[in-house]
Design a protein around this ligand. Structure first.
Ligand code: SF4
Length: 501
């Protein structure tokens, strides 16, 4: 599985925000490592810089210094499929009606081909789903009489026509926007950037003139720029930030439904220090391990986690079971999460580059190995082989989420059902295939209890097959194929894939 993208936006009167945007994106690097970009406005002109690679390789001091302005949006990207190209890096930018429009997207739309067709975008017109949205916004703005709120009005017109998952940040020369789809699949939070001047009691001013605001996929991006968390942007809500402060606009979309935050944000995607639904992700992951131990006990000498996201659950398993926790694998921190090797042998080599066993620690031991999920199983199989060769006596694999059986259409790059291990094998067959002595998954009920936010509302479609938005697999496949065939008329670049996550 590849993560969702990361989005960030900042409005800070009187401050140069390119450095803040860099810091915010840097803290969201785990959500996308293919490309990074930011759009910065000085009130008159929007400048966009984006490129392939990590945030730290796309931006250096000189680039940051050359981006003056007090409002900005930024993006770190993973693509859903196909080749990763500069053309598809974000923010996406268009000019229309005498103004600039920049947009960054986390999520995946499911009605791209209908939108393209309804708007007369025949093959030879566009783009990725994010590109399509900007084109729709630009068209809407182009029809409007000149005014100060043109992009806001365009967002209110266009967003209700979108289906699927989106957390957007967008901007024109003087406004920042943040919007979440009605299901709230992907996170988006709002923070306040206090004026950099303490008042008498030592506290910082955080409302009134000069106060700035920040939007981010995850709360650590607020922390790193010194912003204080206010709240999550609600599903179906748009926030508008400008000189007069922040205000909320309720999008004319279906409301009253339960939110559907991706449950894998808690299991795997989000940083452990992120707060979602008011709960710290790390604590939830530890509790997943505790529930795993209660539901699926086993006799063993040591509990270890698969670095990094399996570690908190392993700590929880150890605490609840009384089996000592130990480190059994060392991770090479300099390998990016984008490394993808299609062949089985190459995957083994990839795992070896990334992980190495601590042989003295595991030799002759009965191990409980805790990981967050199994998708194709090829990486897990290679990791199990490595532990066996390192001298492990027994390997009992415990997974801190239920079997992953259905593909995701909402912004996570998952393989087809035919490649999902749990969709095609029983638990015993998977254990046999992986070469472990036992295998067990946390129940959905256990996972939800561990997360511990009653009424929070989650998408669990890849675990249950219950998609919050009715999805016809064949229709979605057709959608993808149609969108795939759409190319960019303007400069005749053929777009090689659709979707950004
Ligand atoms: S289908 Fe799975 S990965 Fe996709 S949004 Fe839902 S819970 Fe998350």
């Amino acid at each position: 599985m590849k993560e969702a993208c990361g989005v960030f936006a900042v409005f800070a009167p009187g401050r140069a925000v390119a450095q803040l945007t860099f810091d915010g994106l840097y803290s969201l690097q785990h959500r996308g490592q293919e490309s990074a970009g930011m759009a910065v406005s000085d009130g008159e002109l929007i400048t966009v810089v984006k490129d392939m690679g990590l945030v730290s390789s796309v931006f250096d001091e000189r680039t940051i210094e050359c981006l003056p302005g007090n409002l900005a949006i930024g993006h770190t990207r993973y693509s859903t499929a196909g080749e990763s190209t500069w053309r598809n890096a974000q923010p996406v930018f268009r000019s229309s009606g005498g103004m600039g429009i920049a947009l960054a997207h986390n999520g995946n739309l499911t009605n791209t081909s209908d939108l393209a067709e309804d708007n007369g975008m025949l093959p030879g017109v566009l783009t990725t789903d994010s590109d399509l949205v900007v084109e729709l916004l630009a068209t809407a703005v182009g029809r409007m009489p000149p005014g100060n709120n043109m992009l806001e009005e365009a967002m209110v017109e266009v967003l209700p026509r979108l289906e699927g998952a989106y957390s957007f940040v967008a901007m024109d020369e003087s406004h920042i926007f943040g919007a979440r789809d009605p299901h709230g699949f992907r996170p988006l939070c709002l923070g306040v950037l206090p004026v950099d001047k303490p008042v008498d009691n030592g506290e910082y001013v955080d409302e009134g003139e000069g106060v700035g605001y920040v939007l981010a996929s995850e709360t650590p991006a607020l922390d790193v720029v010194g912003a204080r968390f206010i709240r999550e942007v609600e599903p179906g809500e748009m926030v508008v930030i400008d000189d007069s402060g922040v205000r909320s606009v309720r999008l004319p979309v279906a409301t009253g439904q339960e939110p559907h935050l991706c449950i894998f944000e808690f299991v795997y995607f989000a940083r452990p220090d992120s707060m979602l639904y008011g709960t710290e992700v790390h604590g939830a992951r530890r509790r997943m391990g505790e529930y795993l131990a209660a539901e699926l006990p086993v006799r063993a000498d040591m509990v270890m986690g698969v670095p990094d996201s399996g570690v908190p659950a392993a700590e929880g398993y150890s605490k609840a079971s009384g089996i000592p926790y130990g480190q059994g694998l060392v991770k090479n921190r300099y390998i990016g999460r984008t490394f993808i090797a299609p062949q089985q042998e190459a995957r083994m080599a990839g795992v070896k580059r990334k992980l190495n066993p601590l042989r003295e620690s595991i030799l002759g031991k009965r191990l409980v190995v805790v990981d967050d999920s199994i998708v194709r199983g090829t990486t897990t199989k290679a990791m199990v082989k490595m532990l066996r060769e390192g001298g492990a006596e027994e390997i009992h694999l415990r997974i801190s989420s239920p079997p992953f059986r259905w593909p995701c259409y909402f912004g996570i790059d998952t393989p087809d059902k035919s490649e999902l291990l749990a969709a095609n094998m029983s638990v015993d067959e998977i254990a046999n295939y992986l070469g472990v002595d036992s295998l067990a998954y946390l129940s959905l009920e256990g996972l939800q209890k561990a997360i511990g936010v009653p009424g929070g509302g989650f998408c669990t479609a890849c675990l249950t097959g219950e998609y919050p938005i009715p999805v016809e697999e064949t229709a979605l496949r057709r959608d993808a194929v149609l969108a795939h065939s759409i190319s960019l008329q303007r400069n005749t670049i053929v777009v090689d894939h659709v979707g950004s996550i």
